[in-house]
Design a protein around this ligand. Structure first.
Ligand code: ZN
Length: 90
């Protein structure tokens, strides 16, 4: 059970504001969930793009190898900075 820092009222897990005094109780948590979600999305996109890059080595159907390689490297950098962001929050 979560408690309000201002008035010690028990608040629901999903409540952003305390029902008693209205102060914000869960903003930090929802922010870190968002960055974790963002990290997962980037990881999935990176895996997808890496797979397409490998596929592009064998076929021209999926697109240009150089373009896909550039996208994969860009996603790798985004993933790295997203990982650093979520690590610094803990
Ligand atoms: Zn309160």
């Amino acid at each position: 059970m979560e408690r309000c820092k201002q008035c010690e009222t028990t608040v629901a897990k999903d409540d952003v504001n305390c029902v008693n005094c209205g102060s914000v109780v869960n903003s930090v948590k929802s922010k870190s969930n968002l960055s974790q979600h963002f990290g997962k999305v980037v990881t999935v996109l990176f895996a997808l793009s890496a797979a397409l890059t490998i596929a592009a080595l064998f076929t021209n159907y999926v697109g240009s190898f150089v373009t896909l390689l550039a996208v994969t490297i860009a996603l790798l950098m985004v993933k790295k900075s997203a990982d650093e962001m979520s690590a610094s929050r803990q």
